[in-house]
Write a protein that binds this ligand. Structure first.
Ligand SMILES: *[C@@H]1O[C@H](CO)[C@@H](O)[C@H](O)[C@H]1NC(C)=O
Ligand SMILES: *[C@@H]1O[C@H](CO)[C@@H](O)[C@H](O)[C@H]1NC(C)=O
Length: 201
């Protein structure tokens, strides 16, 4: 019984850790070059300031690299300064379903070059440090490649956004983890109940 409880707890904890750090272990090829208008360290205002993002295929990859790319989604991603030197988060590997990329800027058919979009920062973007990432998706809507304005460790070219409302991103992240935890706990609860009723029969 103690072992089972221990296993269940570990399972819950590891699920929670994975969900919170966006860990779905996959490594995508970084074939897109993405640039954005804010200078490193610049602080912009949500609901007012605009960001220009450009993206395209890195031409050093051989022709055909992008043959499976169908759509591109450009996202605003949260880069918590406090995470920068926590190696255990392995930010490089946790690229797909990244919970820190919550704000979609644009989604459109893939084109190898000359893509550009001007985006007014939405009002609900909370105060935090950010970068921009673009994902390429295949016909099955799976991420197949990406590009971003920062390095693999999310330390360079970061810019700030200041919310008019004073909302802070850590609240959003806490909310995501909390709801994920609730779902996981509920599943765990039903699993335990089901086992109990099976034992009773
Ligand atoms: C393009 O790809 C090459 C080869 O992977 C890489 O060395 C180079 O840094 C990339 N260029 C940019 C601007 O990311
Ligand atoms: C991209 O734009 C440049 C200059 O505006 C132009 O010379 C080039 O042909 C364009 N490339 C594509 C693929 O449209």
């Amino acid at each position: 019984m103690a072992t089972r409880a221990f296993l269940l707890t570990s399972l819950l904890l590891s699920c929670l850790l994975q969900i919170c750090s966006g860990a779905y272990f996959s490594s995508l090829q970084r074939t897109l070059i993405v640039t954005a208008s804010p200078k490193a360290g610049e602080v912009l205002k949500s609901g007012e300031d605009k960001i220009t993002v450009t993206w395209g295929l890195n031409q050093s990859y051989p022709a055909g690299t992008d043959s499976a790319y169908k759509t591109v989604k450009v996202k605003l991603c949260y880069a918590p300064i406090s995470q920068v030197d926590r190696a255990w988060r392995k930010t490089v590997d946790h690229l797909t379903k990244d919970k820190t990329c919550q704000h979609k800027i644009v989604s459109q058919p893939y084109k190898a070059s000359n893509n550009s979009v001007e985006w007014t920062i939405e009002k609900d973007v909370p105060t935090a440090t950010y970068f921009i990432r673009a994902y390429a998706y295949d016909a099955e809507d799976q991420e197949v490649a990406y590009g971003q304005t920062t390095d693999a460790h999310k330390t360079t070219n970061l810019f700030g956004i200041e919310a008019i409302t004073g909302r802070h991103a850590s609240l959003d992240i806490a909310a995501v983890c909390f709801s994920a935890f609730s779902v996981v706990s509920l599943c765990g609860f039903f699993w335990v109940e089901k086992r109990k009723s099976r034992v009773a029969k």
